[in-house]
Design a protein around this ligand. Structure first.
Ligand SMILES: Nc1ncnc2c1ncn2[C@@H]1O[C@H](COP(=O)(O)OP(=O)(O)OP(=O)(O)O)[C@@H](O)[C@H]1O
Length: 602
């Protein structure tokens, strides 16, 4: 499991640019803290005490300018905070949801768990932002104050720095215990909440069976436990106060006690006052904010992030294409072994002990009656569905436990209802390959005969509104997007059903010529005839052969072809049946494909 420390380090190193800019503006923000004591000392020693109030006011005016610069720094720093925090939140959310999806059984996701996890991600985001600001604020404010003290006099800086360091060390020593107490506190709260829900849900049974007192006692035990943990947490507040007393307050009496000696060494009274200003206005509030911030939001951040990471898919599994291993070109494009799939624990299996190997570069058409399991098989091939038993490999990579981003580099699945989103034509087309240049996109559009469509949509910069597109146009946009994807395997699940036969033929031919492997859930007989091999899903059987081969050996296939091309205005498809096949026309077909393996490629 990824640790909190590693996650924080990765988040910081991934956002180096914005962090550096944040540091730059933090310097500006720290300007008043750095100058406040120095300018006060000048105003007093060279101005007011020297009988030159004008000079004193001038120094104070400079301080006012520094305050304005600091305010500008604060404004910019908060703006930059989003650039550091939001990508961290996005990445965490992606991993958490991927973890929830990976943990889902039979494709069923626990919605409540996802909601709880996303809520916790928001909490981590907020506390992360708070922690960054607090730590950053302390480093720059305290650093500025120390620089100011050194510029006043080195012995003064030493007198202040030593107790500050001791206070920080005390706080750091108490931190592990604070984290442990905070974790106990969170767990006790969760336990109480969970069991209270159980008790409330079962209160009728408890009352009827006379177990009310036992339930109250049981819950009371949880309340007591939480109170005990809270008391232990409160002890940690004492450790915090001690650290603040040493680091933030001790320098004041030390400076006052050393005052006569410092004045004898030539330090002006204004400089002594300036040093006190640095301590009281700079170091003390910075320490207070640091201790409070770390003890409250910081501990919540560590504990909540730690719990979230235990549910996450590691970044390498959910990360972007850059971290995903490349598909193995020598492995079969698809390999299904003993795959069984059912939509529910008590449902009949749609596939049962199914085997299939698709070599790289193959062009496979899958045919069968409506409801026989073609889309289910496509979903399994694409890793969208998980087999109840057996394994599915895409280009040598098992689809189980692989993140969506990695899968996307291996295969692209275009379903019947194509997905188009509100955004530019360019973003829609480059969705699976964001870095691609416009020329390559337009070349591909031309290659697929879709240049007119792109022009009609208003060009690459135009905004697509999904509602304004016909079903056929949506399919063409999705097909061009799939063509542009880096994935070597393309699965078209009746992805051309809203196009006319000529457009379908043109697009399928283009996909067949694309380097890689093509699997088409056939919508028309012509799709099957164009394919190198045809997989026929039949009731208790499955057959794999060429179109001609199947025509020669399979009565079921001949019957389907007969239905497909039999009469009507569309010689390539069955009139009135958008699927080409009709379950009613094949009463003998069952939904279980059966044990028979039709795999002649092995
Ligand atoms: N989400 C689902 N929940 C339960 N059963 C489902 C689900 N999706 C499909 N099925 C059932 O699984 C079987 C196979 O469906 P599938 O959609 O894979 O068949 P198909 O051959 O693609 O059909 P069509 O050609 O009509 O698209 C059918 O009996 C269908 O009713």
């Amino acid at each position: 499991m990824t640790t909190v420390g590693a996650t924080v380090r990765a988040a910081l190193s991934a956002r180096r640019g914005p962090l550096l800019r944040l540091a730059g503006w933090s310097l500006a923000e720290a300007l008043p803290a750095a100058l406040t004591g120095l300018l006060t000392a000048r105003a007093v020693d060279d101005g007011f005490l020297a009988g030159r109030p004008g000079v004193g006011l001038l120094w104070l005016g400079l301080l006012a300018v520094a305050v304005l610069v600091g305010a500008l720094g604060t404004r910019q720093a908060y703006g930059l905070l989003g650039a550091v925090v939001e990508p961290f939140r996005d990445d965490l959310l992606r991993r958490v949801v991927a973890g929830a999806l990976a943990g889902a059984s039979d494709g069923r996701v626990d919605d409540a768990a996802v909601t709880r996890l996303t809520h916790q991600v928001e909490m981590v985001r907020d506390t992360w932002a708070g922690l960054l600001m607090v730590v950053r604020g302390f480093v720059f404010a305290a650093g500025a104050a120390v620089v100011g003290l050194v510029s006043l006099a080195a012995p003064v800086a030493l007198l202040v720095s030593v107790p500050v360091l001791v206070g920080l060390l005390l706080f750091a020593a108490a931190l592990p215990a604070m984290v442990a107490r905070q974790r106990e506190y969170v767990l006790a709260g969760e336990r109480l909440g969970r069991d209270a829900v159980v008790a409330v849900a079962g209160h009728r049974d408890a009352t009827v069976s006379g177990a009310g007192d036992r339930v109250v006692g049981w819950l009371g035990g949880h309340v007591d436990a939480q109170a005990r943990v809270e008391r232990r947490l409160a002890v940690m507040a004492a450790a915090r106060s001690l650290s603040l007393a040493v680091g933030g307050w001790l320098p004041v009496p030390l400076l006052l006690l050393a005052g006569p000696w410092l004045l004898r060494q030539g330090l002006g009274p204004g400089a002594l006052l300036g040093a006190l200003v640095y301590v009281v206005r700079g170091i003390q509030p910075a320490l207070y904010t640091l201790f409070q911030g770390v003890a409250a939001g910081g501990l919540r951040f560590v504990v909540t992030l730690d719990r979230l990471l235990s549910t996450c898919v590691p970044p390498e599994a959910s990360g972007g294409a850059a971290t995903a291993p490349a598909p193995d070109p020598t492995a079969p494009a698809l390999s299904l072994r003993a795959v069984t799939f059912r939509y529910g624990p008590h449902a009949e299996p749609v596939l049962d002990g199914f085997d299939l190997t698709v070599p790289p570069g193959d062009h496979l058409a899958i045919v069968g009656a409506s409801g026989i399991g073609k889309s289910t098989l496509a979903g399994l091939m694409a890793g969208v569905l998980r087999p109840s038993a057996g394994t599915v490999h895409v280009a040598g990579t098992p689809t189980a436990g692989v993140g969506a981003a990695e899968l996307a580099t291996h295969r692209v699945l275009i379903p019947q209802e194509a997905y188009v989103f509100t955004g530019t034509v360019r973003d829609n087309l480059r969705y699976l390959r964001p870095g691609l240049d416009d020329a390559a996109v337009l070349r591909a559009a031309d290659r697929l005969g879709l240049a007119d469509l792109v022009a009609r949509l208003g060009g690459l910069d135009a905004t697509l509104r999904p509602g304004g597109l016909s079903a056929g146009e949506r399919q063409q946009v999705a097909l061009l997007r799939a063509w542009l994807s880096p994935a070597p395997l393309v699965i078209l699940d009746e992805a051309t059903c809203h196009l006319d036969p000529a457009a379908e033929a043109r697009l399928e031919a283009a996909f067949a010529a694309r380097p890689g492997t093509l699997v088409v859930i056939a919508h028309r007989i012509s799709s099957a005839a164009r394919a190198r091999r045809v997989l026929l899903l039949d009731g208790g059987d499955a057959h794999l052969d060429s179109h001609r081969g199947l025509l020669a050996v399979s009565t079921a296939y001949r019957e389907l072809v007969g239905h497909w091309s039999g009469g009507g205005s569309d010689p390539a498809g069955l009139p009135g049946d958008p699927h080409g096949f009709q379950a009613g026309s094949r009463p003998g077909l069952r939904h279980d494909v059966g044990q028979v393996v039709a795999d002649r490629s092995r």
